[in-house]
Ligand binder design. Structure first.
Ligand SMILES: [Zn+2]
Length: 246
């Protein structure tokens, strides 16, 4: 009987306050970064193994090479804001799975859909803006924050991370209650991403043209409810560009 009680105590004391780089917003984080990273890594391995078995992993070698070169520069820029990123085991893969646009899991696990990149005919600078948005999510610890918030919304004092992850996947009402946080995180990732892309040496014009293409392409996944309207993303990009030029 002692073991579950001890486990809950450990979870309860794992709570910590953190600050998002650049925006300075305070977050309440319940699970340890190591625990979240380990779980996400497991999911990433499962996903990439399944894609490889289906013949849908890294078929586009040219895109993979572009992504590796671009992400290395972005990771260097991220390191300046959050030194922990140097400890992460970054991985980059592409998939021909048409359902994937771009994701970066906690701990630096990137997956980019080749169909999405080719459909928008993204140049290197535009691709860097897409990647920078994804890298910004993990630099700002958004996945860990979402899991922490999901646990709080469930009004359970302490449940294992795996249980919260499963609930997040299946519980639609929980996803709806998290939508305000999701919108906030999307705006934050747009802005922090542009800072990363700028520091990695990409031109603001490339970033603006990425957001213009997104709006024109009406990409279903990337303009889902959690994302700000494409027009406001484009005006955000123009506003950030003015800051870079000052
Ligand atoms: Zn996003």
């Amino acid at each position: 009987m002692m073991k579950p009680l001890l486990a809950s105590l450990v979870l309860l004391t794992a709570s910590a306050s953190a600050q998002v780089p650049e925006s300075g917003r305070w977050q309440e984080l319940r699970f340890s970064a190591d625990e979240v990273d380990a779980s996400m890594q497991e999911r990433y391995i499962d996903r990439t193994v399944d894609l490889a078995a289906a013949g849908k992993l890294d078929r586009d070698r040219a895109l993979l090479a572009r992504l590796r070169y671009i992400s290395a520069e972005l990771i260097r820029a991220a390191f300046e804001l959050k030194p922990e990123v140097a400890r992460w085991q970054w991985e980059v893969h592409t998939t021909s799975d048409a359902d994937v646009d771009a994701i970066c899991m906690a701990g630096g696990k990137i997956l980019v859909g080749s169909a999405f990149v080719h459909q928008l005919a993204l140049t290197d600078g535009e691709l860097a803006t897409l990647l920078a948005h994804e890298v910004a999510h993990v630099v700002a610890e958004h996945p860990r924050e979402t899991l922490s918030e999901a646990m709080l919304l469930n009004r359970l004092p302490a449940v294992p991370l795996e249980v919260v992850m499963a609930r997040l996947d299946s519980d639609l009402s929980l996803q709806i209650r998290l939508s305000r946080l999701s919108s906030l995180q999307e705006s934050e990732a747009d802005q922090l991403g542009m800072v990363l892309a700028h520091r990695a040496g990409w031109a603001a014009d490339d970033m603006i043209s990425f957001y213009r293409k997104l709006g024109e392409g009406e990409q279903a996944a990337l303009v889902s409810s959690a994302y700000p309207a494409s027009e406001s993303r484009l005006s955000m990009a123009r506003g950030m560009a003015r800051l870079f030029n000052d």
